[in-house]
Design a binder for this molecule. Structure first.
Ligand SMILES: *Cc1c(COP(=O)(O)O)cnc(C)c1O
Length: 228
């Protein structure tokens, strides 16, 4: 199926999930996850009106961004090593995967030397506690946000999570709910400069449930671009 059609189908599902949960249709942004798919496919999606794309690997992201001639917005959604941060200023508009202070400090340093505007970031939380997943723990999330908040070139916009994989998307619901509650808790701490307005959660298999639980950014790859 052409990308224009799969995109329209995903957008329709997002709109339906917003309607079901009484949320405004503009409350959820689609991050089209293009990892391991060619730049030509990203260009095709961009031509159909998709503006935000998510990538997992720095080298692939940098290469793909260089190949695209149309203006798109890139989000880094993969695990990020501090020594790769230097390639990202001027290319990405948001980093979803900040899970430690040292990484935030490096983002702050790189954005300070290269750009005038701060970098929007999300703090990644490992809600399930699985040892294979990145992310700070639920217990340490508030302290991490407090530690990052004073960095002038980093702006915390919210939280991101990846629940365990389930065949039944309903099984992911408690993890999405948990992230929303954690964001509420951090917001109520009223930390200066911290917004907590974005919840990045939900992928191809479970984005509707994530939207019902408050997702503002859904990261969808396979349902748009096919199998990787
Ligand atoms: C690959 C990836 C996605 C997209 O997953 P799909 O199941 O293909 O929709 C979303 N988020 C992250 C962090 C990913 O690595």
């Amino acid at each position: 199926m052409p990308v224009a059609d799969t995109l329209a189908a995903v957008q329709a599902r997002i709109q339906r999930a917003c309607a079901i949960s009484g949320r405004a249709p503009t409350a959820v942004r689609l991050v089209a996850v293009s990892k391991l798919h060619p730049a030509a496919l990203v260009a095709e999606a961009a031509a159909s009106g998709q503006t935000v794309f998510g990538e997992n690997y720095v080298q692939e992201l940098v290469d793909k961004a260089a190949q695209l001639t149309c203006p798109v917005e890139w989000h880094m959604i993969g695990h990020l090593q501090s020594n790769k941060v230097k390639y990202l200023p001027g290319i990405v508009s948001m980093i979803h995967t900040v899970d430690r202070l040292s990484l935030a400090q490096e983002i702050d340093r790189q954005w300070r030397t290269k750009l005038a505007a701060p970098c929007d970031i999300l703090v990644q939380v490992n809600v399930s506690g699985e040892s294979t997943k990145s992310g700070t723990t639920r217990a340490e999330a508030l302290a991490l946000v407090q530690a990052i908040a004073p960095l002038p070139n980093v702006r915390i916009r919210g939280l991101m999570t990846m629940p365990p994989f389930f065949d039944d998307p309903e099984s992911a619901r408690p993890y999405f709910k948990e992230l929303r509650l954690l964001a509420d808790q951090i917001r109520s701490a009223e930390i200066p400069g911290v917004e907590m307005t974005e919840l990045s959660m939900g992928m191809s298999g479970d984005f509707e449930v994530a939207i019902e639980e408050g997702a503002t950014l859904v990261r969808v790859g396979t349902a748009i671009f096919g199998e990787r």
